[in-house]
Design a protein around this ligand. Structure first.
Ligand code: NIG
Ligand code: FE
Length: 415
């Protein structure tokens, strides 16, 4: 089947095939073609160019469907490289507590936070978990996300971590979104191990990781390496155990303090280190000499009223960065990547070009799929969206809080 999108006002995010991430000044480069066409065959982008170069020999036309995109733009789908979108219940009570003045850490210490989600998840069946996560997936799909990473970490027992990861596996096989699964058993210490934290680390290493690996449930391994959560030493032990089973690290670091988590992530060749509100010169230098993608989650800093990561400084120092939603019930109950794009510009002072690259090609890199998606490139999956009529691509982050997407195409199919 062949799909032709013609009269595109501007085709945005074109990259050569060998580019899988953009760093420093490259992030401000956004290649586009005005008044253009794009051709999709069998789910892949096979051709694009200027309308005046469109020749009907460019595609086999037996089954040609045409979309006229006059006044509208085409973008590569967003990649959301950090979410916790499988969860059992909302936590608006804690949100009200936060409004009244309690901090995220205080709520966690009272047994709220992640432990509250773990309790709810324990009481919820695998089917119910699947159904609610499916709804969230459908929601983010219609807001422009074409690929998403989903973490476990609300189980915190062998059985419940397996339950979460089995749900993610089912989502993977049934959804049109590209999904990657991350094992985050080291998200918090369960109440049972409150006074035996190393005992829980041993449970993760000796029981959880082997069981998860034997069912092939996780692509990546994550640890919340931060003040009051997992130490650098515990993080190293867990990452080493995961690596033995082929799970590449992607870690939570430096959200609450200078935790050393960025250094540990880079040491173990993490695909990404995420949050990074506390990032100084030392952390930036470590990241500069690495293949690790620093990933910012502005939704969490915004929702929790916490400091924002020094993104301008990071990019100006030469780093590439990714943006993701952190969609979860406690610190960022939104998976809207259009909002994240705006937050990148508003709160981090990213240029629209930088924020678009951070939510597409760089976030694809941060979930290990930059060779398949994240840009308009011949041979990549046809995962893209057509906007409503918009005056410019800068308008996408500018007109914040509105849905500016009209048509979603995943694997070449209109959704
Ligand atoms: O990425 N920082 C740790 N974990 C999540 C929050 C999870 C929760 O509060 O439920 C995060 O923000
Ligand atoms: Fe997170």
């Amino acid at each position: 089947m062949t799909l032709l999108i013609k009269n595109i006002k501007e085709l945005v995010g074109i990259l050569p095939v060998d580019i899988t991430r953009l760093c420093g000044a490259e992030m401000a480069q956004l290649s586009t073609i005005k008044n253009s066409y794009l051709i999709i065959e069998n789910g892949f982008i096979i051709d694009f160019g200027s309308m005046n170069q469109l020749s009907l020999n460019n595609a086999s036309h037996s089954l040609l469907t045409e979309i006229d995109a006059t006044g509208k733009m085409v973008f590569p789908s967003f990649c959301d490289s950090h979410t916790h979108l499988v969860y059992a219940g909302s936590r608006e009570i804690e949100y009200v507590d936060k409004i009244k003045g309690l901090s995220y850490e205080e709520i966690a210490k009272r047994g709220g936070g992640i432990l509250n989600s773990a309790k709810l998840l324990h009481e919820t069946s695998e089917n119910d978990l699947f159904n609610s996560a499916w709804q969230r997936l459908e929601e983010i799909k219609m807001l422009g996300t074409g690929a998403v990473e989903i973490k476990s970490g609300y189980g915190l027992t062998v059985e419940d971590e397996l339950k979460m990861l089995r749900v993610i596996k089912r989502l993977k096989t049934q959804s049109s979104l590209m999904i990657r699964a991350t094992f985050l058993g080291a998200h918090a210490f369960p109440a049972l191990y409150k006074n035996d934290q190393n005992g829980y680390v041993e449970l993760i290493i000796n029981e959880m990781i082997p069981a998860i690996a034997s069912e092939e449930l996780a692509d990546f391994i994550d640890v919340f390496c931060d003040r009051g959560f997992f130490t650098e030493y515990q993080t190293e032990q867990i990452l080493m155990a995961g690596l033995k089973y082929g799970m590449r690290p992607k870690i939570h670091a430096n959200e609450l303090d200078y935790s050393g988590g960025i250094q540990v992530g880079v040491k173990y060749e993490a695909l990404s280190v995420d949050h990074l509100e506390f990032t100084g010169d030392e952390e930036i230098n470590v990241l500069l000499n690495s293949e690790t993608m620093p990933t910012l989650l502005p939704g969490a800093a915004f929702f929790l009223g916490m400091p924002y990561a020094p993104v301008r400084k990071m990019i100006d120092a030469g780093l590439g960065v990714a943006l993701a939603s952190d969609f979860n019930p406690g610190s960022s109950p939104s998976g809207n990547m259009q909002f994240i794009l705006s937050m990148g510009c508003i709160k981090y002072k990213m240029l629209p070009e930088e924020a678009i690259n951070a939510t597409t090609i760089n976030s694809a890199y941060a979930m290990g799929i930059g060779d398949e998606t994240g840009s308009i490139t011949k041979g990549k999956r046809a995962n893209l969206f057509i906007t409503t009529e918009v005056p410019s691509y800068q308008y996408m982050p500018y007109y914040f809080g509105h849905n500016k997407i009209e048509t979603i195409i995943l694997n070449g199919k209109i959704q």
